[in-house]
Design a protein around this ligand. Structure first.
Ligand code: ZN
Length: 366
């Protein structure tokens, strides 16, 4: 079953299927510093991927190739790939008529999303599913739904679908009891060949709705959800590329199939994301506080649909990041290197005495 699905993905070439090849561009990356943050020229990014101007979202600058369109909004943190939304760590800058994107966003978001095959997750046999809250901790509560119940119901449906697709599944909880955030991370960290998917639902103003997916903020960047600005709050982990690739797959399927509002793939330093040693995301499946969405979230039919999206996204991720011996063009070197894509370093940027060039490993590759 799983192999059939993988073959299906390969054939239909969905949105995120093909690894975007780096172009034959062999230029050097010019890195400029603004307010202590390193930026690269957006024009270099387009050249690197062989992109040309495209019609994109209104108010955005859009480039792309084939059926892929990438858009940025000057002065904002919005970044879109085929209209799916990401929140950059730093705004796109405009200076002297040029546009710049931060080097860390290029290295930790743009490249992993456009070339997921360079991610190194390796063999994934197991999914650790983590229905948020439980026991005395109900999470978000409204007249329409109670978060801990929706989290569990959705996670159980995802479990059944993943098992049918050939995965092993470990549940941090499979019924209504409380466990700490540390307990949840410990379960994931002792489960080999696994990824971690924490399932939650949101609360907010009654008009608020939509799906958002969180991954750990990369090393050195701030996060709107960090409670303090201590140095340890700027730590990343070793799965940055895998985190964003997993988020991309699960989030894009969920938005596409449900037509929910796209609140984007966002960065955070939630406890369950910080100390985990596996590729990890925290998925927010909608708002219990919105009358329409709250009712949907509590319904078995919608839970089934969302569970299928999460399952398909996980299949997509494991397919995109599977070990392979296909040749891969190595960004920055201008050469094609054979070898396993799983072992290939990802683009990073650092300064050199004659300007700025890509080097491996760089401080952005941490
Ligand atoms: Zn929650």
């Amino acid at each position: 079953m799983r192999h059939l699905l993988l073959a299906f993905f390969l054939c239909i070439g969905l949105l995120l299927s093909a690894a975007c090849p780096a172009s034959a561009w062999e230029g050097k990356w010019q890195v400029d510093s603004f307010n202590g943050v390193d930026y690269v020229h957006l024009s270099d990014v387009w050249k690197f991927y062989g992109f040309s101007p495209k019609q994109g979202k209104p108010g955005c600058v859009s480039f792309g190739a084939g059926n892929r369109v990438v858009s940025v909004r000057p002065s904002k943190q919005d970044f879109y790939v085929n209209n799916f939304r990401y929140i950059l760590s730093y705004p796109v800058l405009q200076s002297n008529g040029r546009l710049y994107i931060s080097a860390i966003d290029m290295s930790k978001l743009v490249d992993p999303v456009l070339r997921p095959r360079l991610s190194k997750s390796g063999r994934i046999t197991t999914v650790v599913l983590d229905p948020g809250h439980g026991g005395h901790d109900a999470g978000a509560v409204s007249p329409y739904a109670r978060e801990k119940d929706c989290n569990l119901a959705l996670a159980l449906k995802v479990r059944d679908k993943l098992k049918k697709a050939g995965f092993k599944v470990v549940m941090t909880r499979d019924r209504d009891f409380f466990l700490t955030l540390g307990d949840r991370v410990a379960i994931a960290n002792r489960t080999p060949e696994s990824i971690f998917v924490s399932i939650h639902h949101n609360s907010g103003r009654s008009a608020a709705s939509g799906i958002e997916t969180f991954t750990l903020a990369p090393h050195g960047t701030t996060s709107p959800f960090a409670r303090t600005r201590r140095t340890e709050d700027l730590a990343g982990n070793n799965q940055d590329s895998e985190n964003i690739a997993l988020a991309t797959a699960v989030h894009s399927y969920s938005i596409k199939k449900t037509n929910a509002i796209d609140r984007g793939i966002q960065r955070a330093r939630f406890s369950v994301l910080c100390t985990i040693k596996r590729p990890a995301i925290l998925f927010e499946g909608g708002f219990v506080t919105n009358p329409q969405e709250g009712a949907k979230i509590a319904s078995s039919a919608y839970q089934n649909l969302l569970a299928q999206c999460i399952c398909d996204g996980i299949l997509r991720y494991t397919f995109n990041t599977r070990p392979t011996s296909a040749p891969v063009r190595h960004s920055g070197s201008g050469s094609t290197r054979a070898g396993t894509t799983a072992g290939t370093p990802r683009a990073g940027f650092s300064r050199s005495s004659d300007g700025a060039i890509i080097t491996y490993p760089s401080r952005y590759s941490k």
